[in-house]
Every structure is written in structure tokens, then in C-alpha cells.
Design a protein around this ligand. Structure first.
Ligand code: SF4
Ligand code: SF4
Length: 312
């Protein structure tokens, strides 16, 4: 499909879209763009729907808010099951009907679960897969990339910065540039970040010996049982913000620590004391993390940092 051919144009517009979304917060900001440049833009969006009724509601809302007649890639979001025709849910049939009506052009799916991701690819029913992919990818995830490529699907990479844990954008981009079928979506919060990413469109960082060594060091430090911040485990029974609190130790050391040590975050971290060990979160974590234990470890470290017993 044309997805990969459109990669750089797609990235550019996606980033611009995210930037506008966060800073202008006005759908009409997009309307002008879409009316004049629609055919040059690849629009990918997604639905959390679990019923055909909600699917149609979401699709119509997206079309109306973006003031466009069709969506290029419409994705089932955070899939916990791989919807298929005849499975009784009516979900895949809804996608097919939307395609028939010309409201969407391609069918995709997003998931954080490797088993579901494989099923999506093997089903032959989806044209794109959106999955977390960064230089912290495991062997299994690298195999998944190859599988997607072999099935001639588009691979949309979310969490290219591992939810904020990777703080070297050049290394992240150099890693990603090795995968010709991968379309990273980085997410942008500040104008300078947009400029940084756009500069990589002109001069794309490539892997060097030095970069390789840096990434290997990062992999040694970060691979394994760390929280990716995906939020699948939530809501917590007692209201703990698990997706941030469970990786606080890493955030303190890999991002400016001041914000994470604020009164707001101290209160959020204190909530870890309320954990009743119900284990509901553990059943939802795609990485099978022992969340209550990790939370306690993070709280212990956080308090030591607050007391000045540990430096970050
Ligand atoms: S085990 Fe603790 S953190 Fe997990 S859902 Fe229950 S109360 Fe929340
Ligand atoms: S604990 Fe697991 S499910 Fe929850 S945010 Fe972290 S990685 Fe995601």
C-alpha cells in the first residue's frame, strides 16, 4: 500500500496535526488545511468502540470534527481481541461497511499486546498495525516488525520515545530509520520539538558505531521489567495513577526531575500507600509486571530522593 511511500509526508502532517491539536485546539484549524490539501494528507485515527453502534458514532464524530469526507486509515484502538468477520461482534463488518461507503480507505488496529498483534497480522484482515516500537524493542518485537513487513502491512510505531524514557531523539530516529516499513509517530509537546523532528526530515540521523554503543548501553539499562506508561492497567481500584507512579524512578533520572517532585506528584505517590493488593491491575498489564511491588519500590526510591538520601 501507499503508506510507506507516503512516510515522510505522513510524518510531517501527523506531527503538524498533533502540534495544532495541542496548541490551537480548534478543529477549524484543520478544516482549512484539509480542504486545500486533503489528498496530500494521510489521516489515521482510531476508535475505542466495542460495539458497532459506538463504532459508527466515533467515525461520524471524527469525520465531522475534521471536516473531511474520509479517513485514510481507521483503526480499532487498544485491541484486546482481534475482531474478525463472523465472530458475532459485528465490529469487523462495521469496518467493511464503512469502507464500502467510502468513509474509510484502510483498516488498521492498535494494540500493546504482542499476542494480539501477531493475531492481527496473521489474520490477513488488517492493512496496518500500530504497536509500541523503539530501540528498547525486545527480540519478539523485532520479529513482529519482520512479520508485519512479510505480510505487506504498514507498521505504525507508537511510543518511539518509550513514553518519555528515551531522551535522545537523534538516537531514536537513527534506530527507526533502519526499518523501511516503519512509520514512527513521535508526539510533540513543544514547538522546539517539532522543529527538531522536522530537521530530521532534511538530514535523517543514521546509525554510527557511536550511536550503536549508546543504544546498547540504553538497552542494558532499560530493557526488561519497566513500566511503559501505556495505562492498560488502569483504572486502579483505589485511584493510583499507575502509569506514571510505576515508572517514577526512571522519570526522575531521565527527565527534568523538578516537575516530578512537585506537591501534586508527591500526593499522587502517597496514594501508593492505599494499594490493597487486589491484583486487578496485574491482570491487565500486557508486560505482566508485578505492579504492586514495583509501585512500592518506586515510592521507596521517591521518598529517598525527596529526603535527599539519593541523588538524581
Ligand atoms: S493491586 Fe493496588 S495498584 Fe493494582 S489495582 Fe489493586 S489497589 Fe490498584
Ligand atoms: S504497569 Fe503495565 S499496563 Fe500499567 S502502565 Fe505500566 S506497562 Fe502499562
Amino acid at each position: 500500500m501507499g503508506l510507506v511511500r507516503c512516510q515522510f509526508r505522513g510524518i510531517l502532517w501527523r506531527w503538524l496535526q498533533i502540534f495544532l491539536e495541542r496548541h490551537i485546539q480548534a478543529a477549524c484549524g484543520f478544516c482549512g488545511l484539509f480542504e486545500t490539501k486533503r489528498e496530500e494528507i494521510v489521516i489515521a485515527t482510531k476508535t475505542h468502540a466495542l460495539t458497532p453502534e459506538d463504532f459508527w458514532k466515533d467515525l461520524e464524530t471524527s469525520l465531522a470534527k475534521m471536516n473531511c469526507k474520509y479517513i485514510d486509515i481507521y483503526q480499532f484502538h487498544q485491541m484486546n481481541v482481534c475482531w474478525k468477520p463472523g465472530d458475532g461482534s459485528g465490529m469487523y463488518e462495521a469496518m467493511l461497511e464503512a469502507k464500502k461507503q467510502g468513509k474509510i480507505h484502510h483498516i488498521g488496529g492498535t494494540t500493546h499486546k504482542i499476542g494480539i498483534a501477531r493475531e492481527i497480522v496473521e489474520s490477513g484482515l488488517y492493512e496496518t498495525l500500530q504497536y509500541p516500537f523503539s530501540y528498547l524493542a525486545s527480540e519478539e518485537e523485532l520479529k513482529l516488525y519482520q512479520m508485519v513487513k512479510d505480510h505487506n502491512m504498514g507498521f505504525i510505531c507508537m511510543k518511539g520515545l518509550a513514553g518519555g524514557l528515551i531522551n535522545n531523539s537523534k538516537a531514536a530516529m537513527a534506530f527507526m530509520s533502519q526499518f523501511d516499513n516503519a512509520l514512527p509517530i513521535w508526539g510533540i509537546q513543544r514547538e522546539n520539538e517539532l522543529e527538531e523532528w522536522l530537521s530530521y526530515m532534511k538530514v535523517t540521523p543514521t546509525m554510527t558505531e557511536e550511536m550503536n554503543a549508546y543504544i546498547r548501553h540504553e538497552q542494558d539499562e532499560l530493557s526488561g521489567n519497566f513500566c511503559r506508561g501505556c495505562g492498560y492497567c488502569m483504572p486502579c481500584t483505589v485511584g493510583i495513577t499507575i502509569n506514571q507512579c510505576n515508572r517514577m524512578s526512571l522519570m526522575l533520572r531521565r527527565a527534568p526531575s523538578k516537575g516530578w517532585l512537585s506537591e501534586k506528584w508527591q500526593k499522587e505517590m502517597d496514594k501508593i500507600e492505599d494499594c490493597i493488593g487486589c491484583g486487578v491491575c496485574k491482570t491487565r498489564c500486557p508486560y505482566e509486571l508485578d505492579i504492586p511491588t514495583l509501585l512500592r519500590e518506586n515510592l521507596d526510591d521517591y521518598r529517598k530522593v525527596l529526603r535527599g538520601e539519593r541523588k538524581v
